[in-house]
Design a protein around this ligand. Structure first.
Ligand code: HEM
Length: 475
């Protein structure tokens, strides 16, 4: 059976290497705009790659043993690279996504409780409300018209994280400000961070730095006033019960140091949660719908499953585990288009890795993008084949090479949250609509902070007959 193979930036071919080597410095500078466009064919089958630049070493660890060592067994010796901080600090300060050492440990202890399994179940109803609001928006255009799916997915995931943090919906104008500002931020901050990291002169990134700072200020202007108001109310003694993530972060006391988040920390953590919590999910959901539109037979089977499991009633918490095809589609999307394509770490000490001696201070990246498409571990690695997750041959690669949420102590804090929201949105949409490709349109994937299509994701949306509107009523 032939499967759909989505396009991505063509890897450099081995036979063309003399020319490619000459162009390499240029390509490397171009990598400031997209981290996957410079990968060679070899990278998709290698175990350890190395690039020596003046004054620094960049390695890509692309083998299960090395990944376990860096992310799990010796995670303390491979902290997050300054590269991430260079990119994100303007928006997220020293929040949990970029911090290291004791600072990170304290933040993780304080934030874990807000994302425990039971809390994820509690927000099920809020996710359903945001999903219903999405369906109301799509119903207005679902007569075969084209929709900007990436914008819709950003709106619904931002709405979900907004409701779960603040107990209020995200207004359409706020959603647009954030979508637009984050696009600018992502491009400028990525280029600024990479420029610094690869040692190019600072003046080359002045323009990007200013652009990123302006975009960050626009996003923070939406979030910070709400946080300050709630923080001050609580510290004045107003203990109104909100039951949301913000309340949990305002109230939490670190069991080890006995400290709480101050207002600056709180604003940074919330900005981080807001962004990590919607940008990644929006990326994954947009790619999932694109892949479904390109493979009509998977889409029809998934539709049939949603009808069999849910009929016309609202989705409930216990339905989620019965939606096998939906789960496989989401997992396969994360394998092919992991929103976070690279996990850069720093080797604190010199150490051997395979046949190389890694110098202290070298950047060692792990790539969910490369591991998910590794030629030696996956069959038909570039093909969209959600059923592979039901076949025994996938058990080993899934265990060792599948890391869209990372692994080890710094595993994604919101993985369960993201899987639940994806199931609600994907099943809700595919039950009600058919998604078709727009003739002549092909997305162009680029890996910046997340893997997004630089020309958006456009699809035709058609409402299926006889599927009544679902209004949420959580279990
Ligand atoms: C499909 C959706 C998502 C994907 C693929 C994803 C992926 C990841 C990955 C790969 C990391 C590790 C990054 C690194 O080590 O460099 C990470 C970290 C993190 N994610 Fe997610 N994420 C998703 C959704 C979410 C959501 C919904 C939230 C919150 C509501 C969230 C919160 C976080 C946080 C706080 C961290 C930092 C954890 C730490 O360093 O201790 N993520 N995520």
């Amino acid at each position: 059976m032939t499967h759909f193979v989505p396009r991505y930036p063509e890897p450099m071919k081995k036979h063309s290497w003399p020319l490619q080597m000459l162009l390499r410095p240029l390509k490397f500078i171009r990598s400031r705009n997209c981290a996957i466009s410079t990968l060679s064919d070899r990278a998709y089958g290698m175990h350890l790659g190395e690039l020596r630049l003046p004054g620094q070493n960049l390695l890509i660890a692309n083998q299960p043993d090395l990944i376990k060592r860096i992310l799990v067994d010796e995670a303390d010796h491979f902290p997050k690279s300054q590269m991430m901080s260079n990119m994100l600090q303007l928006l997220l300060g020293d929040s949990i996504f970029v911090s290291n050492g004791e600072v990170w440990k304290r933040q993780r202890r304080m934030m874990d409780p807000a994302f425990e399994g039971v809390r994820v179940k509690v927000v099920f109803g809020l996710m359903m409300q945001a999903s219903d609001a999405l369906i109301e928006r799509l119903d207005l255009i679902a007569d075969g018209r084209e929709a900007a799916i990436d914008i819709e997915m950003t709106h619904v995931t931002a709405d979900i994280i907004f409701r779960t943090i603040f107990s209020k919906p995200l207004e359409a104008n706020e959603a647009l400000v954030i979508y637009e500002a984050f696009n600018r931020f992502q491009e400028a901050a990525f280029a600024h961070g990479m420029t610094k990291h690869i040692g190019l002169p600072d003046w080359l990134s002045t323009f990007n730095f200013r652009k990123a700072r302006k975009a960050a200020a626009e996003i923070r202007a939406v979030l910070d006033p709400i946080i300050s108001r709630r923080y001050e109310q609580w510290h004045r003694g107003d203990r109104t019960e909100h039951g949301d993530i913000l309340q949990s972060l305002i109230e939490v006391t670190d069991p080890v140091t006995g400290t709480q988040f101050d207002l600056r920390e709180l604003c940074e953590q919330v900005a981080m949660l807001f962004l990590a919590g919607h940008e990644t999910s929006a990326s994954a959901l947009s790619w999932a719908l694109y892949l479904l539109a390109m493979d009509g037979s998977v889409q029809e089977r998934m539709h049939a499953e949603t009808v069999a499991v849910l009929d016309d009633r609202p989705i409930t918490f216990s339905d989620i585990r019965k939606l096998d095809i939906t789960r496989n589609v989401f997992m396969e999307t994360l394998r092919l288009f992991p929103p976070v394509a690279f996990l850069p770490r720093v080797a604190e000490k010199a150490c051997p890795m395979r046949d190389k001696e890694v110098r202290a201070g070298s950047t060692v990246s792990i790539s969910p993008w490369l591991m998910g498409r590794h030629r030696r571990y996956w069959q038909e690695p570039d093909a969209f084949d959600p059923d592979r997750f039901d076949r025994p041959e996938t058990v080993e690669p899934q265990r060792h090479c599948y890391l869209p949420f990372s692994k080890g102590p710094r595993v994604c804090l919101g993985a369960a949250f993201a899987q639940q929201e994806a199931a609600i949105i994907l099943a809700g949409l595919v039950r009600r609509y058919r998604f078709d490709p727009v003739p002549g349109f092909e997305p162009k994937p680029a890996a910046r902070l997340t893997v997004r299509s630089t020309n958006g994701i456009r699809l035709r949306v058609t409402r299926r007959v006889n599927r009544a509107a679902t209004v949420s009523s959580p279990e």
